[in-house]
Write a protein that binds this ligand. Structure first.
Ligand code: C2E
Ligand code: MG
Ligand code: MG
Ligand code: MG
Length: 278
């Protein structure tokens, strides 16, 4: 059934794009094999609470390595999977895997796992029921799951989006807006949405210590977010200087290579044991 779904989207993709490159066609069938054989992986990247210096949650990030050892970046295969519909089975797998791994993470002191969602998943008719089923099947406390959505997902079909967000909130599942600042929605719009968190896109953090305009934007986002009661995570934190500025601006949380890169569950569990170092 998942395959059938994939095929329908594939036809759609062909109509839209007229053609797909030969390498995309090969990748698509390799990706299908990886989905069928459950050969995709989830890596986890810690998210740090600036006020305590401790790891509070982790973000689950999909990884795909070909049989010959070549790693394909999600920046490449996620858009492909979205275009072909393969994100539906791949995303369902990631959600279930993250909720399964959550039990071990919880024992190691992690409060929550964040899972990325694509528009195609979020706007499906049975999306909420799917979340419900995963929570039940994996015995996951709803407030331990956080879903990361981009602004564009919420802008796409706003009535449906708000409806789903409200059901999630009622159920106790948290929602964060990913890559904030790269879309066009703005905070006045977000104020009306039942979400709990913003993740400031890495693009604003990258040059934070020397770009005055990035400082102004970042501070503006943090100030307005706190006024409407949203928590803020800075993405792509790589230096001490960035951390100092973010703390000064009142940013609550950070995630980035400075603290840790995304890693497999087993590595993360070891890292968590030694994470007093952070
Ligand atoms: P994202 O959700 O914004 O995830 C953050 C990305 O920033 C990750 O890239 C992470 O490895 C990277 N990153 C974290 N800290 C740093 C840093 O300090 N410096 C730099 N340069 N990069 C940093 P990744 O893992 O390559 O994922 C890229 C994107 O692919 C994600 O962006 C997300 O949009 C998408 N993605 C990944 N996994 C999934 C998934 O399971 N489902 C869906 N729908 N999308 C996913
Ligand atoms: Mg994300
Ligand atoms: Mg992001
Ligand atoms: Mg991103």
């Amino acid at each position: 059934q998942a395959k059938q779904q994939g095929r329908n989207h594939w036809q759609f993709y062909n109509k839209q794009r007229k053609s797909m490159s030969a390498s995309d066609i090969i990748l698509r069938s390799q990706l299908q094999q990886a989905i069928d054989n459950e050969a995709l992986q989830l890596y986890y990247q810690p998210i740090i609470d600036f006020s305590t210096g401790k790891i509070v949650s982790v973000e689950a990030l999909m990884r795909w390595t070909l049989n010959d050892g070549t790693a394909i970046s999600p920046v490449e295969f996620i858009p492909l999977a979205e275009a072909t519909g393969q994100i539906i089975p791949a995303g369902a797998w990631a959600l279930k895997q993250a909720c399964t791994d959550l039990h071990k993470l919880q024992q190691a002191g992690v409060q929550r796992v964040a899972v990325n969602l694509s528009a195609l998943q979020f706007h499906r008719a049975n999306f909420f029921e799917q979340i419900e089923k995963v929570l039940n099947d994996t015995q996951t406390p709803p407030d331990m799951l956080e879903l990361e959505l981009t602004e564009s997902i919420l802008m796409e079909n706003t009535d449906n989006a708000i409806n789903v967000l409200e059901r999630l909130r009622e159920r106790g599942v948290r929602v964060a807006i990913d890559d904030f600042g790269t879309g066009f929605s703005g905070l006045s719009y977000l104020k009306t949405l039942p979400v709990t968190k913003l993740k400031i896109d890495r693009a604003f953090i990258k040059e934070l210590d020397h770009s005055l305009s990035d400082q102004v934007i970042t501070q503006g986002i943090i100030n307005m977010a706190s006024q409407v009661g949203l928590e803020v995570i800075a993405e792509g934190v790589e230096t001490k200087e960035q951390i100092a500025i973010l703390k000064q601006f009142g940013c609550g949380y950070g995630q980035g290579y400075y603290f840790a890169r995304p890693m497999p569950l087993t590595d993360l569990l070891i890292f968590l044991q030694n994470s007093d170092l952070i």
